[in-house]
Write a protein that binds this ligand. Structure first.
Ligand code: AMP
Length: 398
């Protein structure tokens, strides 16, 4: 897949003004960056362009400001980035107009400049042509290294790609290569593990996956809807009973496509939705009326593990139980550890992503042992849904 995109290998950046779209949307508390993972991820692209003699001009959004708002300034993020890069990062108080133009004009080859939050201008999210032109004036080349924002057709994520020669940065490239290995040209058989709260939010994702994978493990609250659709009594478990017909249709479609569906065969049930509340494993024919299924049971864990053993490639999104509440993280943790072991043994290519999934895999202590962990949230989910991502499409070799 990487070959079908223009990467930095094809870009001649020396002496050029390079507009680099990055993800600076880091968690902050009281003006301090609390998790610098995203900054560490973009460092290689910035260093490479600077070391090749390009002028690195960083473009990014932060938060969801309505107009200019000091609390969403990128200034403290630029300062933190300088510490990570161990190089000076200049800052311009605006991303277009005089402040930006002056700051760019003052740059020498190899310098790094961060422009203020693109979302201080409402035209950014509208992909407004005049705003795109104002940004394009600042650069000779456009590099997009923000896969996490690639599902949005905004001025800095998509519009610029039509105005300037456009390339994928190294982080974007790594993400595209990993995702391609997982679904576009995977080693077969491919298994998807999908959990989380609801069927309704993951409908498109399920429909896309059953057409592409050999087996689909369904866990978490969403499995309850499938169990209910099959006539199983699920007590007071979280479920979308009105989605029963949809769940049934998905099961039928999966069968027609030759995709095996792995649903829980037992469950951990409690009577309160809280940590450390008493709980027991039940067979599906014996879920108590007042009980709530909060995790998959021990037999289900064994089934999920053996389903993973049968696969050469794994795609994962969503926890298999209410993992934030101990001990209802056990199904998720056991499956995650198993996937990590198979990956480390060279038997499995494993790609996981989505906000809760990253948290769950971190909690299981195996986040670093999978082949690739995408922190991209919305963009990762849209990719799982099979949707073209505008910020990626614009980098495609035509
Ligand atoms: P999602 O954002 O759709 O991936 O859903 C993640 C949320 O689903 C997490 O907060 C989990 O606690 C929740 N969840 C997973 N399984 C269950 C379950 N059996 N009952 C209630 N909540 C669950």
């Amino acid at each position: 897949m990487s070959e079908s995109f223009r990467t930095l290998d094809r870009a001649d950046v020396k002496g050029k003004r390079v507009l680099v779209r990055v993800d600076l949307n880091v968690p902050m508390d009281n003006g301090k960056v609390t998790d610098a993972t995203r900054l560490e991820r973009i460092a290689p692209t910035i260093i490479e362009i600077a070391d090749k003699g390009g002028k690195v001009i960083l473009l990014a959004h932060f938060g969801r400001p309505k107009g200019r708002d000091a609390k969403d300034s990128l200034k403290p993020v630029a300062q933190e980035l300088a510490l990570i890069l161990k190089r000076p990062v200049a800052f311009a108080e605006d991303c277009v107009g005089e402040a930006a133009e002056k700051a760019v004009a003052a740059m020498k080859d190899g310098d790094i400049l961060c422009l203020e939050n693109t979302r201080f201008h409402k035209e950014e999210e509208k992909n407004d042509p005049a705003f795109v032109a104002a940004l394009a004036k600042l650069g000779d080349i456009y590099v997009n290294d923000a896969f996490s924002a690639a599902h949005r057709a905004h001025a800095s994520t998509e519009g610029l790609g039509h105005k300037l020669p456009a390339y994928a940065g190294r982080t974007m490239q790594a993400e595209l290569v990993a995702l391609s290995k997982a679904l576009e040209a995977p080693r077969k058989p491919v298994i998807a593990v999908i959990g989380g709260a609801k069927v309704s939010t993951k409908l498109e994702l399920l429909e896309n996956l059953i057409a592409k994978v050999d087996a689909l493990v369904i866990g978490g609250g969403m499995a309850n809807t499938f169990l209910h659709a099959q006539g199983i009594t699920i007590g007071k478990s979280l479920a979308e009973k009105e989605m029963a017909a949809t769940a049934q249709r998905i099961l039928e479609k999966a069968e027609a496509k030759g995709c095996a569906i792995v649903l829980p065969v037992d469950a951990i049930v409690a009577f309160h939705f809280e940590a450390n509340t008493p709980s027991h494993a039940y067979g599906l024919d014996a879920i108590p009326d007042g009980g709530m299924i909060l995790d998959i049971g021990p037999l289900s864990i064994e089934r999920v593990k053996s389903a993973i053993d049968d696969a050469a490639t794994l795609v994962w999104n969503g926890p298999l139980g209410a993992f934030e509440l101990k001990p209802f993280d056990q199904g998720t943790v056991a499956a995650a550890k198993h996937a990590a072991e198979r990956t480390k043994a060279g038997l499995l290519v494993s790609v996981a992503g989505g906000g809760d999934t990253v948290a769950a895999l971190n909690a299981a202590g195996v986040a670093g042992d999978l082949t690739y962990l995408s922190t991209a949230g919305g963009a990762f989910l849209e990719w799982l849904e099979g949707k073209p991502l505008p910020g990626v499409e614009v980098l495609r070799v035509k």
